[in-house]
Ligand binder design. Structure first.
Ligand SMILES: Cc1cc2nc3c(=O)[nH]c(=O)nc-3n(C[C@H](O)[C@H](O)[C@H](O)COP(=O)(O)OP(=O)(O)OC[C@H]3O[C@@H](n4cnc5c(N)ncnc54)[C@H](O)[C@@H]3O)c2cc1C
Length: 554
């Protein structure tokens, strides 16, 4: 066997060997098999693939591509297969084939999940390695999809964000920069105007797919069972929804999360959250969301992405929830955790520049687009302050625009101090954006001083808009009682009139976080009177599960 070809694969520390005691524990729940040389144990795209421990012989893990196979690792005695797809049930990104006659222990995914939940030592060990392998695959772009796009295209950014936030490894080729981009377009008879283009494992290109089309093609929702009646459906996969999923699933409920884009919510668009308990050095929103996602899946919650809930029938039990173009799913109890959506700048041609110069999140993905350039951050809240601090380390200069006369009322003191002390940030108070211009992407911005009426135009190509948010309640269509600003009323905030209009049944009052419909709860930023912080969203998502149990028991 030629082992030299494996030298470029993933590093050896991602392949620690199991000790004899661990192998014995795995053997008790798995079956022992002899596999001849050259057999493919599972292929790229296999759903529900099994987990293998090598006892004797060897097998290779490779990533198939149009150019041949990229070698990842040679599994030898004591090694084991698997990464995060073992928990999510998503299609395998790799192919594993025996190179010698091989003895293995084989476990199905249910057994692996049970083990991760019930054997703390082995469970933690496997989980850690699965996560590290996925992180390494993302950083080395070892996946099953190639994205060809342009930094000037809003849809390219959307697709990059969708893949990154769903932790799906991909190779990105920039048109006009990577020679391979043009070659691939030619091979598939496509034009530069067709970008963004995705080429997946079946080698059939997708021109500018929607998130839902891409999720379907990649099998991101492969495990969702549309026929099942779930104990609990959580709508929204931000911090509050993921917390509800973790607590619900860990307490034995069957849980389905419907998430319109990707897990993480608003927090997922934050470069660094510094006030969340237990993370003194701060944590990026994406990192926090990734951890919560794995935790929810570890306990068996199912998370459907690119599933935008469009209607709920509050008059039926179990509650049917419809999603864009999909059959309804049904839950005996529902938690609405849809959070809020950014407010938009009041500029006529804004839509043309969203994603092509105007951004609503400041993560490394957006930041890399404006390296060394001047940028604008609009807003005076903590999210704007964090974005300005983060961008000041990457951009040439940050202009921070606020409509009010200062930051004191809206921002934490520690951030105000940092902004004042940072020479790369200029704060412009009583100032608002009144004009955007550019052919294709943003090229210049005009702002106005609200006191003097004076305007200035600057050749700035990037605006980060962080001006607060409106609740995502439009889809509820009068089903639940809302407050005057559109947030969902719950518990003691519901008036006798609210309950009468909703025909609340006699016998008990609504529980904490329960809406005007029994069995339907609301938590996090979407709830009237909520605190609008990660910690409070997580707290509400955890607490509400106790009340869901009461409803299900009653
Ligand atoms: C840039 C930024 C930085 C921030 N920094 C901090 C910080 O440092 N500290 C702090 O405590 N807070 C911070 N916040 C606030 C914090 O992120 C929010 O309070 C928190 O995310 C609220 O969580 P949530 O789960 O209630 O809602 P969200 O985070 O808004 O999540 C809601 C989720 O529901 C999904 N959704 C919406 N509608 C539907 C639908 N119809 N169907 C299916 N899914 C749907 C959305 O896609 C989203 O993923 C920040 C916010 C932003 C934007």
């Amino acid at each position: 066997m030629d082992k030299s070809k494996f030298s470029d694969g993933l590093p050896d520390e991602l392949y620690p060997k199991l000790n004899t005691e661990q192998i014995a524990r795995l053997s008790q729940v798995g079956v022992r098999r002899s596999v001849p040389a050259g057999e493919i144990l599972f292929d790229q795209g296999t759903i529900g693939r099994h987990f293998y421990v090598v006892l004797q012989g060897a097998m290779e893990a490779v990533i198939p591509s149009s150019e041949g196979e990229v070698h990842m690792h040679l599994h030898q005695p004591g090694d084991f297969t698997g990464e995060l797809d073992m928990l999510s049930g998503r299609p395998s990104l790799v192919r594993v084939r025996t190179v010698d006659p091989t003895e293995v222990v084989e476990l199905d995914q249910v057994s692996v999940r049970n083990l991760v939940q019930t054997d703390p030592e082995l469970g933690e060990f496997l989980l850690q390695i699965f996560v590290r392998r996925r992180v390494a695959m993302i950083s080395r772009a070892m996946g099953d999809v190639v994205l060809i796009g342009s930094r000037y295209s809003a849809d390219t950014l959307r697709l990059k964000e969708f893949l990154a936030r769903n932790e799906h490894p991909f190779t990105y080729l920039e048109l006009g920069q990577d020679a391979q981009a043009e070659q691939l377009l030619q091979r598939f008879h496509l034009d530069p105007e067709d970008i963004p283009v995705l080429i997946g494992r079946d080698q059939s290109p997708m021109r500018n797919p929607t998130n839902a089309e891409l999720a379907a093609r990649l099998g991101l929702n492969a495990e969702i069972d549309g026929e099942r009646v779930y104990d609990l459906i959580v709508v929204g996969g931000g911090p509050s929804g993921l917390a509800a999923a973790v607590y619900g699933a860990s307490e034995g409920l069957s849980v389905l999360v419907l998430e319109a884009i990707a897990p993480g919510g608003q927090a997922g668009s934050s470069s660094r959250i510094e006030n969340y308990l237990g993370f003194p050095l701060g944590i990026s929103g994406q990192d926090l969301a990734g951890r919560a996602f794995v935790q929810a899946e570890k306990f068996g919650a199912q998370i459907a992405v690119a599933r935008h809930a469009t209607a709920i029938r509050c008059d039926r039990q179990p509650f049917p929830i419809e999603c864009d173009g999909e059959d309804p799913v049904r839950g005996r109890a529902v938690i609405i955790a849809c959070g809020a959506e950014y407010r938009k700048l009041q500029v006529a041609n804004l839509v043309r520049f969203e994603g092509a110069g105007v951004y609503y999140g400041a993560t490394p993905l957006e930041a890399q687009l404006c390296k060394g350039e001047d940028v604008i951050v609009v807003g005076g809240g903590n999210s704007a302050g964090q974005a300005a601090m983060f961008l000041s380390t990457i951009a040439n200069h940050v202009y921070m625009l606020v409509r009010t006369s200062g930051l004191a009322d809206s921002m934490s003191q520690y951030l105000i101090r940092r902004i004042e002390e940072c020479r790369d940030i200029t704060l412009l108070v009583r100032t608002e954006i009144v004009g955007l211009a550019g052919a294709g992407c943003l090229e210049s911005v005009t702002w106005k001083n609200r006191d003097t009426g004076e305007t200035e135009t600057h050749p700035i190509r990037h605006i980060f808009s962080m001006t607060g948010a409106n609740p995502n309640t439009a889809w509820l269509e009068g089903c639940l009682a809302l407050d005057s600003r559109g947030f969902i009323k719950t518990g003691a905030d519901l008036t006798a009139d609210d309950l009468d209009s909703a025909a609340w049944p006699p016998g008990r009052s609504p529980y904490l976080f329960e809406t005007s419909v029994p069995g339907v709860f609301a938590v996090g930023d979407i709830r009237s009177g909520s605190v609008k912080r990660v910690a409070s969203a997580v707290g509400e998502g955890s607490v509400v599960v106790q009340l869901v149990h009461r409803v299900l028991a009653g």
